[in-house]
Structures are given as structure tokens and as C-alpha cells.
Design a protein around this ligand. Structure first.
Ligand SMILES: *Cc1c(COP(=O)(O)O)cnc(C)c1O
Length: 357
């Protein structure tokens, strides 16, 4: 079955906005986009021109990094934009739904909510290490389901579910798209699901430069899928999603020397993560630390509110995830620099010592 058959029927034959850069042939005198003929004041960059909708050099560099062809990749403003575009393309308001993990990344539910689509949750339990099965996911898939979001490694639990991807793809064939969000895969032990794109046209893989490549401020995320699906997403995307300075910044982090540094930094974060997992597990203020495949640790504390406040008093902000289902008493702590990580432990140890055991 062609997964494009799952696209909102009212978008069939959708004709995208014919922006100047999308339709215009390159010419030395460009009078097709109502741009200014001179560079902007106070700026050394030639930002008077609209950027390419999908800059070819950036597409090529990302496709090479992720091991796909250029025509299998759409680049947009972070994976957040890709999530929004997917939900908009596939879910009819008031009729269709998505399936996502809980606890999980909040943006899937938010994108669904804004689109007026439903969100069905597969609940995970910390007691069994947030274990998941294909059957438990399928139990939430109904005839209205268009997209199944599998965040792996999962935020905020740190659990990898890549071992389920192929089985899930087989089960979802003809029913829904599987969107594997790999925002943290660089920190994990598993290979990307992108290698399966040629075999499964209903697979979508999301990657980002925001985490491992230290480029969150530039907002550069990739959606990888079949060329047909990539074409559809590009058609419904805003005409010029990527600001030129962000494209420049992305091209610099994708240079060979930068990638070598990034590989070393990822190794350092992984080493720090495993070190602090063991250290924090010994702290009396901490009930549990789950193993993590991401660049963060999920902790259950004896008193999460007090720990959050003590950390804040010490100038350290962490993520309070205790409102998520099954995560009462939990905080998510990003792995920072060695010094920053040491300060987190110091605060929690001091807290535990201040309270009589
Ligand atoms: C951080 C994060 C993203 C967002 O990435 P951007 O590319 O910065 O939009 C996507 N998915 C998950 C699970 C994340 O934690």
C-alpha cells in the first residue's frame, strides 16, 4: 500500500506556493522576489536575498551524514517543524489520531492538539524499566490512527526501542506511518532506522542537529522518508524555512573536522552519563536512576520538589518531569560539562546530609 494514501484526502493534488526561489531559474539579475538590490545595513552577510527553500549543499551534507539519498531528506526548522508538518499532512481534525509513548516527548501531543487530532498513549512503567512491546503499541492503533511516534531513545526515560522498529513496521504496513524520532540516537548504542527506508515506504525518521551537534540555536532538523513523502512535506512547508545564517552554521558543523570533534564530544557525554548514573545511584537523596541512552538521566528522588529547589538555589535548573504519567518524584537532568555534573551531585549529597536518615 502507498503510504501517501493515508494523507488527508482534502490535500490530494495540493499545489504548493510557487515561491520565487522554488520556481525561478538562476539569473544574474533577480527581479522576481521583490527583494532589495543591496545588502542590509550593518551586516556583512548578503541577507537581502531569500534563501533556497532546500539548500542543495546542506541537503547533500545531511544526507551523507545520515546515510540516505538527497531525495529522501527534508530539512526544516528543527524536528519540531517536521512533527508539525507530518501531523498537518496526515491527520484530519476531529477524525484522525496519533499514537505516542507516555511518558514521552510533549511535542507530538501538542502538534496533534493544535491540528485537532487525537492522541492515544502507550503508557510505560518505570518499575519494569519502561518496557515496551509491539503488541502494546498495536493495542492503541485504531482505524483513525495515521502516525505512530516512536521516540528512541525516548525522552525523558532514556530507553531505546530500536529493537522493535522492524516488527512494528511490518505490523503497521497499510495502516499507519511509523515515525522514529532519533533526536538522541548519537548517544545510544543503536544504529539509525534510516537504513530501512528503502524497504518500508511508511517509515519516517527524524534527526536533529540540536543535541549531539550542539546547534539547538540554529534550528536545523531533518525528516527522512520516501522521495514521494519528502516531496509532500516540502510542498506544505513554508516557502523558505531555513534562514541563511542557520544554513551557514549547519554547514560548518557538518565539515569533516567538526564531525571529528563531535564524535569525541559524544564519547565524552556518554562516559559522563554512565559515570554520573553510578554516582547518583549511591546518593541518599536519590531513589532510582534509570540507565539512559540519551544525553540526560532520569532520577527519582526522595523529595523531588525539595531537590529541584536546592538545585535552583545553587543556580542549576533541571527539568521537573514529575507531572508526566508514572514519573512522580522524577527530575530529568541533562549531562553538562564535568564541572556542572559534579555540582548536581554536590547539591544532592548536601541535601541528603541535611536530613537525618
Ligand atoms: C529535543 C527533541 C527534539 C527537538 O529537536 P529540534 O530539532 O531542536 O526541534 C525532537 N524530539 C525529541 C524527542 C527531543 O527531545
Amino acid at each position: 500500500m502507498n503510504p501517501l494514501d493515508l494523507v488527508r484526502p482534502d490535500l490530494a493534488g495540493f499545489v504548493p506556493y510557487a515561491s520565487a526561489r522554488r520556481s525561478g531559474a538562476p539569473a544574474p539579475v533577480r527581479l522576481d522576489a521583490n527583494e532589495a538590490p543591496w545588502a542590509p545595513c550593518g551586516d556583512t552577510l548578503d541577507l537581502n536575498r531569500y534563501p533556497a527553500p532546500q539548500p542543495p549543499a546542506l541537503l547533500a551534507a545531511l544526507a551523507q551524514l545520515y546515510g540516505v539519498r538527497d531525495d529522501q531528506l527534508f530539512v526544516g526548522r528543527g524536528s519540531d517543524e517536521a512533527i508539525d508538518l507530518l501531523v498537518r499532512a496526515f491527520c484530519r481534525a476531529g477524525i484522525d489520531n496519533i499514537v505516542a509513548l507516555a511518558p514521552g516527548f510533549g511535542m507530538y501531543r501538542i502538534a496533534a492538539r493544535i491540528q485537532g487530532a487525537g492522541c492515544r498513549e502507550v503508557t510505560l512503567q518505570g518499575e519494569d524499566g519502561f518496557a515496551l512491546s509491539v503488541a502494546r503499541i498495536l493495542a492503541q492503533v485504531d482505524t483513525g490512527t495515521r502516525l505512530v511516534f516512536l521516540c528512541s531513545p525516548n525522552n525523558p526515560t532514556g530507553t531505546s526501542y530500536h529493537d522493535l522498529v522492524e516488527q512494528l513496521l511490518q505490523a503497521l504496513d497499510g495502516r499507519a506511518l511509523l515515525v522514529v524520532d532519533e533526536a538522541y540516537i548519537e548517544f545510544s548504542d543503536t544504529a539509525s532506522a534510516a537504513a530501512m527506508l528503502d524497504r518500508y515506504p511508511h517509515l519516517v525518521v527524524l534527526r536533529t542537529l540540536s543535541k549531539a551537534h550542539a546547534l539547538a540555536g540554529a534550528r536545523v532538523g531533518s525528516l527522512m522518508a520516501s522521495p514521494e513523502l519528502v516531496g509532500l512535506i516540502a510542498a506544505i512547508a513554508p516557502p523558505y524555512p531555513l534562514p541563511a545564517p542557520c544554513v551557514e552554521a549547519a554547514l560548518r558543523v557538518l565539515e569533516a573536522q567538526s564531525l571529528l570533534v563531535t564524535v569525541q564530544r559524544i564519547a565524552a557525554i556518554r562516559q559522563q552519563r554512565d559515570h554520573w548514573q553510578a554516582q547518583l545511584a549511591r546518593c541518599r537523596a536519590v531513589r532510582k536512576v534509570w540507565p539512559s541512552q540519551g544525553n540526560f538521566l532520569l532520577l527519582r528522588l526522595v523529595d523531588a520538589k525539595a531537590a529541584y529547589r536546592s538545585l535552583l538555589d545553587a543556580g542549576i535548573i533541571v527539568r521537573d518531569v514529575s507531572a508526566q504519567p508514572g514519573l512522580d518524584g522524577c527530575l530529568r537532568v541533562t549531562i553538562g560539562s564535568p564541572d556542572e555534573n559534579a555540582r548536581v551531585l554536590d547539591v544532592l549529597v548536601a541535601m541528603a546530609e541535611a536530613v537525618p536518615a
